[in-house]
Design a protein around this ligand. Structure first.
Ligand code: SF4
Length: 208
């Protein structure tokens, strides 16, 4: 559902729902808390730098949990740190969102088997809304994760269940190949051309 339902050109009137308007304003001003746990945090810092211009999406890091509505768990969550992560989460105001960045935060990463000190996934401590894979994920991947949170906010209903929205979005999401083909139809022709070229090269090599 888009923000704008109807627009009357002459009178300059637009019609929308209060719910959509509020969701639009929330998703256009997400404020992640700036704190990092390990190497993934370096990529998070790079994402906040001018190259990626996150502010064009209204995303602006804050230094206090009380001013933040998004927590990016960037790095290895040790048992010692897990308690602090939980406390910071509880200090954030509702509605709040959590993005787990990288293999360590998702499932323990390289410490999965022998890391006696590492929590095998931050979702054992706090609820996670979006997981970004990678070791570490690139800034583009983190931005993709933040966009997923925006999608989630856009679809939320007053008094609704966030888990239902997540299931609905997961069911709707098309395989990556279909998305690429839909957005870049020339890609299909190009890849066909590439296949043809490769076959020709193979045939020439065989006859030689
Ligand atoms: S996922 Fe990889 S890059 Fe990120 S904190 Fe763990 S070891 Fe470091």
């Amino acid at each position: 559902m888009s923000l704008l339902d109807t627009k009357f050109e002459k009178g300059g009137v637009i019609i929308s729902k209060v719910e959509d308007l509020l969701n639009w304003s929330r998703l256009s001003s997400m404020w992640p808390m700036s704190f990092g746990l390990a190497c993934c945090a370096i990529e998070m810092m790079a994402t906040n730098a001018s190259n990626y211009d996150l502010e064009r999406f209204g995303i602006f890091p804050r230094s206090s949990p009380r001013q933040s509505d998004v927590m990016i768990v960037a790095g290895t969550v040790t048992f010692k740190m897990a308690e602090r992560v939980k406390r910071l989460y509880e200090q954030m105001t509702e509605p709040r969102y959590v993005l787990s960045m990288g293999s360590c935060a998702n499932c323990g990463g390289p410490y999965w088997e022998h890391g006696y000190h590492v929590v095998k996934g931050v979702d054992r401590v706090i609820p996670v809304d979006v997981y970004v894979p990678g070791c570490p994920p690139r800034p583009e991947a983190l931005i993709g994760g933040l966009m997923k949170i925006q999608e989630l906010i856009r679809e939320e209903k007053f008094g609704g269940n966030r888990e239902d929205v997540k299931k609905r979005l997961a069911a709707k999401s098309a395989p990556a190949e279909e998305v690429i083909m839909a957005e870049h139809p020339n890609q299909a022709d190009r890849s066909k051309g590439q296949d043809k070229k490769e076959t020709e090269v193979e045939e020439t090599a065989e006859t030689a």
